[in-house]
Design a protein around this ligand. Sequence first.
Ligand SMILES: NC(=O)c1ccc[n+]([C@@H]2O[C@H](COP(=O)([O-])OP(=O)(O)OC[C@H]3O[C@@H](n4cnc5c(N)ncnc54)[C@H](O)[C@@H]3O)[C@@H](O)[C@H]2O)c1
Length: 427
Amino acid sequence: MANSDNTKKVKIGVFGGARGSVMVHQLLNHPDAELVAVCDKYEPLLENCQRAAQEAGTQIDVYTSFDEFIKHDMDAVVLANYAHEHAIYAVKCLEAGKHVMSEVLPAETPAQLVKLIETVERTGLIYSYAENYCYMKAPFEMWKRYRAGDIGEIQYAEGEYIHDCTSIWPDITYGERDHWRNRLFANFYCTHSCGPLITISGLRAVKVVGFETNLNIEEKQLRVGIPERAGIEMITLENGAIVKSIHGGLKMEPGSVNYQVYGTKGMMQSRRYGSAEFNIYREGNKVCQGTWDNYDPSNDIGSSIAVRSQGHGGSDFYTTHCFIEKILGRPDGDWCIDVYTAANMGLCGIMAWRSVLAGNAPMDIPDFRNLPDRDKFRFDNACCTKEVAGDQLLPKTSHGDVYIPDETFENVRKQWLREPNPISDLF
Ligand SMILES: NC(=O)c1ccc[n+]([C@@H]2O[C@H](COP(=O)([O-])OP(=O)(O)OC[C@H]3O[C@@H](n4cnc5c(N)ncnc54)[C@H](O)[C@@H]3O)[C@@H](O)[C@H]2O)c1
């Protein structure tokens, strides 16, 4: 796997130095990559990245301006900037001739997705969606075993990402009222829960019904400025299978990341109630009689270098590794998530929100491989960000706005300035 002559190292820059510091670490430790630059407007994050590079025996250039950063001599960019601006910056990077790996989510609006897909197609460059939950131990094993036909054809699946971030809210929103995390609609952050089920099945999501739970307006919840709730998507896949996807800050510690997939010959599930990391039931020759296999999957992909990286159960390694290998034209690159699949995952949440606002009416999910669907959504920028949506602005909750005084955000900011925690320690 390692390049003995180093001639094929991919030069990569990272945009966004908070969550991006995880990718910085991955790149500094990958034999086929050279981290060359990092951009963030918040300088202490740049200092951290420079220090990490020095400790790894290399030097990087740092930028506070994206327009300067993108001129740097590099082959590819990792986008770890604001979650609602990924498509906008992905297009800029592709136009500048760089391959792109994007953090979650792929885009804020359908129009942005159409533009992104058409830019990928026109430039012929690589776009890879870093939905790391697809590469966690259990879902990655499910992906491989479903491909091998081990449970037949999918009929029903569930994906659950319950993560109450209230205690770390000051570290991830900095007391900014308009931070994307304070504005996102309930179904936006959907790809940790529905994404793995889409990659496992290899099927397109075609229809969605969305739900938003009621809001948590307990006093200690509102103290950080967020009336938490969960988003739920009931998704129909192209073969008629049904997927339930739930995500949000419900009360449970530790949080829950769970997947279950039922097929025509058996089922698979991640760890539940003290079971093994991965569990598979397969029916035998007689109906209603089968066997369970329960084990902790080991990975054969990039295994010699993967052991050095444990972020998000080791999954953070695979997004970056597969991207690098894709650029180098090597087999591990086949596990990358392409722009069409990324768009399909993101649209589950975008269209689910429209469903919520229409009283839970079912919404078709457009197929942006097709021109007529692209044309229908080419100018559709409906979302919760005023500058993007213009007169298509959507509300950020279906329950009516909860008033949060400026003082709350000022206090959150003070708390963050008093005791900032590096994000690499938080996620
Ligand atoms: N996959 C995962 O498990 C996971 C975990 C955490 C965060 N994320 C994703 O990572 C991304 C970043 O999240 P985050 O937690 O680091 O918080 P964030 O969104 O607050 O941070 C983005 C960083 O980018 C910088 N930035 C944004 N726009 C900029 C610009 N125009 N010029 C210079 N700097 C700019 C900001 O200063 C900030 O440091 C988000 O998309 C989030 O969804 C993913």
